[in-house]
Design a protein around this ligand. Structure first.
Ligand SMILES: *Cc1c(COP(=O)(O)O)cnc(C)c1O
Length: 384
């Protein structure tokens, strides 16, 4: 089945009780049993709920996986992965992972005897030199935030494939299965913040893991039902509804990004543009090999690298709403140096190309001309 059909039909089953075409919101905590242990497949909603099961089947199909488990947030999903490990284990990740993931590693799990190492994984030799006996997990995010670095998933797998005890986790939140399917490239676990593109309407918080190996699925399922970070049925319903338009939404996000990239390239004030679809992007070749399109996330800097001008621009846009998060139908704009990455000292930030004037946009599915006009007037407001 092709992707555009999967998003509509996968996981959906006509309701056996009523014939309802849409999976109902099974707003129930428990299920009546005929005799102890004799039930219709559901006992208690922390373990399993029919609305959630439908969503899990749908998400698994989109990522070409056998199994999916949904969580009450992307971080809830990430937390379940780390609970596969034991004290003394080491996790290696790219040095520009999502800030929330970094915080969870450093502020929570470093207290549990786990070790975290960070490096630039766009270069796989960096991985080779960090791997040891204790390494049990490689955690990558591609494209990364906010500079859209691209990591070659297949090449990373190649480095670790002789080590059956190392799991490769790919956070596929930015790319979505429309642009890349990491399980096909050798990943063991795919992670989503379904809050972003999968849900797609900025109206829910949710996470998901997708797995092919049934033993690994059983372990994660046990962790999930034991620890309990499961989403409610209403949120699962919203995610199922959002997913139906994932394919058409992504097509528009990507198309708008092409036009906005062209527009920004013509603006005198703009210095660097970080978007993997640009031939000048340092990982463009890998992006071209690995991704089907280049996505709707883009960042850029200003020639004078002025913090104040960046603030003026992000405050001046009207359609691009100033907010954290991404992947919704509405365009968002943010300023990493004063928002998501404000806790990193300026010298550290500059070293990693997180300049004072860096602006990140999540390009929505509005009309591209209106979005361009909005940016135009915001730039004009910053001219001195
Ligand atoms: C938002 C995000 C997360 C965390 O997901 P939540 O749903 O906010 O808990 C993880 N990874 C990436 C890349 C994200 O953008």
């Amino acid at each position: 089945m092709k992707f555009g059909t999967k998003v509509i039909h996968s996981g959906l089953q006509t309701d056996p009780a009523t014939g309802a075409i849409i999976t109902p919101i099974y707003q129930t905590s428990t299920y009546v049993q005929k005799k102890p242990g004799e039930n219709m497949g559901f006992e208690y909603s922390r373990t399993k709920n029919p609305t959630r099961s439908a969503l899990e089947k749908s998400i698994a199909a989109l990522e070409n996986g056998k199994f999916a488990i949904c969580y009450s947030s992307g971080m809830g999903a990430a937390d379940a992965i780390i609970k596969l490990l034991k004290p003394g284990n080491t996790i290696i990740s790219n040095n520009d992972i999502y800030g929330g993931t970094y915080r969870m590693f450093e502020k929570v799990f470093s207290n549990f005897g786990l070790n975290f190492k960070y490096t630039d994984l766009t270069n796989t030799t960096n991985l080779n030199s960090l791997i040891s006996e204790d390494t049990k997990l490689i955690w990558i995010e591609t494209p990364s935030n906010p500079l859209m670095n691209i990591i070659d998933i297949g090449a990373i797998k190649e480095v670790v494939k002789h080590r059956k005890d190392i799991l490769l986790v790919v956070d596929n939140t930015f790319a979505t299965p429309v642009l890349q399917t990491p399980l096909d490239l050798g990943a063991d676990i795919v992670l989503h913040s379904a809050t972003k593109y999968l849900g797609g309407h900025s109206d829910l918080i949710m996470g998901a893991l997708i797995i092919n190996n049934s033993e690994l699925y059983d372990q994660l399922f046990l962790i999930t039902k034991s620890c309990g970070a499961v989403p409610g049925p209403m949120d699962c319903f919203l995610a199922l509804r959002g997913i139906k338009t994932l394919d058409v939404r992504m097509a528009k996000h990507c198309q708008n990004a092409i036009k906005i990239n062209e527009f920004l390239s013509s603006i005198e004030m703009v210095d660097r543009i970080y978007w993997p679809g640009r031939e000048s992007h340092k990982n463009h070749k890998i992006a071209k090999k690995q991704m089907r399109k280049f996505g709707g996330m883009l960042s850029f800097t200003l020639k004078n690298n002025s913090f104040e001008d960046a603030i003026t621009i992000i405050s001046n846009t009207k359609l691009f709403k100033l907010a954290e998060s991404l992947g919704g139908v509405e365009s968002l704009i943010s300023h990493p140096a004063s928002m998501t990455h404000a806790s990193i000292p300026k010298e550290e930030r500059e070293k990693n190309n997180l300049s004072d004037s860096l602006i990140r946009i999540s390009i929505g599915i509005e009309d591209a001309e209106d979005l361009i006009n909005d940016l135009k007037q915001a730039f004009n407001g910053a001219k001195r």
